[in-house]
Design a protein around this ligand. Structure first.
Ligand code: NAD
Ligand code: TYD
Length: 354
């Protein structure tokens, strides 16, 4: 048996592929465009593993997707591929529309054609799992209850609007064509292999480089943090037992203001790798202009996945953030490589023939 993963060289996708192949013998076809956020080095441990088939390409390339589906006959497609950074979506929304909406549409079309052509037993077992975000629900006021699966969609950024549109397309392909879909909406992830443009890895990397730690606005915006490996286990759980056409919210009940996150990272670094001058890394915090349209609070009500499918996160925020800071301290070469322009040249050369 085989699964097709899209975006499997990104942060969550590569963690998912690594965890999947550590726990199962099922082959993974990994389709990733290798944008700035995709990194084949994330998958270096699989370099000689024949169960992992990496293909550089776009989910919007109908011919390529059709050929992969025909060649590998996957029993499931898991769609992680996306443009994922809110700040980039504010500076340039087009790529977000192109990949998250148009790309997902083309992927759905090819999967629908493939699914329509397989035998009844394979059709019944097939799943299309769409990985989405809690940001589609918009922003909560401080006393509002956490997002349930029936919360109204109110996306506020070009990123969240494009993800919301993709969720609607996935839903429509189930209701209109009967495609066996599952959708997951997860809160903010953190952990190993996280590209240092997002809050937690940026703070870890900047702190060590002696650079400012930029906190947007008053730093009191709240996110609900989940260790990436727990997100991966939730996706495996939904793939295995989720009811067709359903949405599952994924979160670890870990609401924290941004400033608390930054303080925690600084305190862990003070303990694990103290500054030479004896000062705390907190002294590097710099308040900067707020993000336009900045959502104030996200929070996930995870009762559906917990009660229906028995999923629970393995990490608390305290254990997960310690592991994360330690991982970055242990992998300075990974950080240096993702930050270097040479990385992109290497990819262009490496994949020039394929
Ligand atoms: P990421 O930006 O780290 O990785 C995205 C991956 O998709 C990259 O490897 C990139 O090369 C690939 N990609 C982009 N466009 C592509 C295309 N057109 N065709 C094929 N591949 C393409 O993102 P991430 O943080 O790993 O997020 C993965 C998914 O999870 C996204 O759909 C995101 O919306 C969702 N999500 C992320 C979070 C989070 O906190 N990071 C939380 C909830 C949901
Ligand atoms: P981010 O990691 O970009 O995730 P998202 O915007 O998808 O939630 O940002 C998390 C929070 O941290 C968000 O409220 C914006 C804030 N933030 C900063 O204060 N400074 C930064 O440099 C970054 C990247 C984010």
């Amino acid at each position: 048996m085989t699964i097709l993963v899209t975006g499997g060289a990104g942060f969550i996708g590569s963690n998912f592929v690594l965890d999947w192949l550590a726990a199962s013998d099922e082959d993974v076809v990994n389709l990733d465009k290798l944008t700035y956020a995709g990194n084949v080095h994330n998958l270096a441990d699989l370099a000689s593993d024949p169960r992992h088939i990496f293909v550089q390409g776009d989910i919007g390339d109908a011919g390529l997707v059709a050929a992969l589906l025909k060649a590998h006959s996957p029993r499931a497609v898991l769609n992680f591929a996306a443009e994922s950074h809110v700040d980039r979506s504010i500076l340039g929304p087009l790529e977000f529309i192109q990949t998250n909406i148009v790309g997902t549409f083309h992927l759905l079309e090819q999967v629908r054609a493939y699914w329509g052509g397989i035998d009844a037993q394979a059709q019944a077992g097939f799943r299309f799992l769409h990985v989405s975000t809690d940001e589609v629900y918009g922003s909560l006021a401080s006393r509002d209850p956490a997002f349930t699966e029936t919360h109204r969609y109110e996306p506020n950024s070009p990123y969240s609007a494009s993800k919301a549109a993709s969720d609607h397309l996935v839903r429509a392909y189930h209701h209109t064509y009967g495609l066996p879909v599952l959708t997951t909406n997860c809160s903010n992830n953190y952990g190993p292999l996280h590209f240092p443009e997002k809050l937690i890895p940026l703070m870890i990397v900047n702190a060590q480089a002696g650079k400012p730690l930029p906190v947007y606005g008053d730093g009191q915006q709240i996110r609900d943090w989940l260790y990436v490996k727990d997100h991966c286990s939730a996706i495996r759980t939904v793939l295995q037992g989720g009811r067709l056409g359903e949405t599952y919210n994924i979160g670890g009940w870990n609401e924290k203001p941004n400033l608390h996150i930054v303080h925690t990272v600084c305190d862990l670094l003070d303990e694990l790798k103290p500054r030479a001058d004896g000062q705390s890394y907190r002294s590097q915090i710099a308040y900067v202009t707020d993000r336009p349209g900045h959502d104030r609070r996200y929070a996930i009500d995870a009762r559906k996945i917990e009660q229906e499918l028995g999923w629970k996160p393995a990490e608390t925020f305290e254990t997960g953030i310690r592991k994360t800071v330690q991982w970055y301290l242990d992998h300075p070469q990974w950080v240096a490589q993702v930050q270097s322009g040479a990385y992109r040249e290497w990819v262009a050369t490496q994949y020039a023939q394929t």
